[in-house]
Design a binder for this molecule. Structure first.
Ligand SMILES: Cc1ncc(COP(=O)(O)O)c(C=O)c1O
Length: 409
């Protein structure tokens, strides 16, 4: 049996412990901490310096995704208000606005509050604001950012919003949310027109237009099927807008769509604005829906990964990484996919760990190796991290706070 001293020396001699680039450059962890605290990371840190699990953004792919979506919608003369529930990051919102976005959508009020606080305008809160306290907050948000829009699908809620806006002497912009088979909303057609008329009749409200989000269409597998499902959904929104105009109610906005349907909905006459979110990152869930050009959806690049470290190798065919359910939140049945190494099969190893079957891995995998994974579902995974490391190649270019992380109220 080995003595304790032999055991410790043996462990220290393990090559992976000595191979990180920070060790080569001589950075201690205390120096890395100081660099991170100053926020002056550019040119100083590399991928190997980052503590894992870490959320990484490949800047070349991210910028290509933003430019592609913005250019596509600009050419088709559609407004672009990407959904910020995907990234929850004010710096990303500002970059999208610089690329031509009219603003960003926020799923919840608390998310919108963070963006407003960080100087992002043109907010559309896509979930109805219900209850006295939320309404108080919505009115406060609107007094800071008068161009904010809120979604409604209920007449009593509309009256409550009007009363609160009147008391605070602000005007609220309300979009009527349509039930187009996705998640929330009022029945399109006459019921929606009647609700828009209520909005228009109240003194402290302004009718902004219609929202129609068809979540079931966005992930329909196969481009032709998806086109059919999305046409059915968005057709109801366009028809409702036509009815409104027929009744003398101007409807300047019909907003909806997603990463999966951007090139379908932007061809529909009457859809004025697209609100895709995931295209900036792309996840495995979206890759599998199929594109207009084949069975894998490749319109946008996978820019988002989670970097992990191999922390254990119980035998030749099993390695364990330090990223489990707390590193890749997902509601999807498929597993994270290793980037740059073929033949690795990931399975959940609990909250903190992932099990890798490495029997057929294209390269050797050892304790201390760093392995990057493309994630199954981007939105809930991003919500697990405080910051996103932005990489140009292997070099860290920036670190962005995910300031609206956890803002689900
Ligand atoms: C209201 C609304 N609009 C747009 C989106 C963006 O969808 P995606 O991330 O699929 O592009 C979502 C996503 O859930 C949403 O809830």
């Amino acid at each position: 049996m080995k003595s304790r001293r032999e055991f410790v020396l043996g462990a220290l001699a393990a090559p992976a412990v000595l191979t990180s680039s920070s060790a080569k450059r001589g950075y201690s962890w205390a120096e890395i901490e100081r660099i991170i605290a100053r926020g002056d990371v550019r040119g100083k840190l590399s991928r190997d310096d980052l503590p894992t699990p870490a959320l990484l953004l490949d800047m070349d792919s991210f910028e290509a995704n933003v430019a592609k979506m913005a250019g596509y919608l600009r050419e088709r003369k559609r407004s672009f208000r990407p959904h910020a529930k995907t990234h929850k990051c004010p710096e990303i919102a500002r970059r999208l606005v610089r690329a031509g976005a009219a603003g960003v959508c926020a799923a919840k009020l608390s998310e919108a509050e963070v963006f407003a606080h960080d100087g992002v305008g043109g907010l559309l809160v896509t979930t109805a604001v219900i209850g006295r306290h939320k309404i108080e907050r919505a009115v406060r948000l609107a007094s800071r950012r008068p161009d904010t829009m809120f979604c409604v699908d209920n007449a009593q809620n509309v009256r409550d919003l009007n009363d609160a806006a009147g008391a605070a002497k602000v005007r609220l912009n309300l979009a009527v949310d349509l039930w187009v088979g996705g998640r929330t909303g009022i029945v399109p057609g006459e019921p929606a027109v009647a609700l828009a008329a209520v909005v228009g009749s109240l003194p402290h409200l302004k009718f902004a237009g219609l929202q129609a989000y068809a979540g079931h269409a966005s992930h329909t597998v196969g481009f032709d099927n998806r086109t059919k499902v999305s046409h059915e959904a968005m057709g109801q929104a366009v028809e409702t807008a036509r009815l409104l105009v027929g009744k003398g109610i101007a409807c300047p906005l019909v907003t909806g769509g997603s990463t999966g349907t951007y090139n379908i909905d932007s061809e529909i006459d009457g859809v004025t604005e697209l609100q895709p979110g995931s295209f900036i990152f792309m996840d495995l869930d979206y890759n599998r829906i199929g594109g207009a050009d084949g069975p894998v959806y490749r319109d946008f690049r996978n820019s988002l990964t989670v970097l992990t470290t191999v922390v254990s190798k119980p035998n030749d065919s099993l390695a364990v990484v330090d990223g489990g359910l707390k590193a890749f939140s997902t509601d999807k049945p498929y597993m994270p996919e290793a980037k740059g190494i073929q033949g690795i099969v990931y399975s959940w190893g609990g909250d903190e760990h992932g099990r890798l079957n490495i029997a057929s891995a294209s390269t050797a995998v050892n304790v201390g190796d760093r392995i990057e994974f493309i994630i199954p579902h981007c939105d809930p995974s991003v919500n697990l991290y405080d910051r996103i490391w932005c990489l140009r190649g292997d070099q860290v270019e920036a670190v962005w706070p995910i300031s609206a992380r956890g803002m689900s109220q």
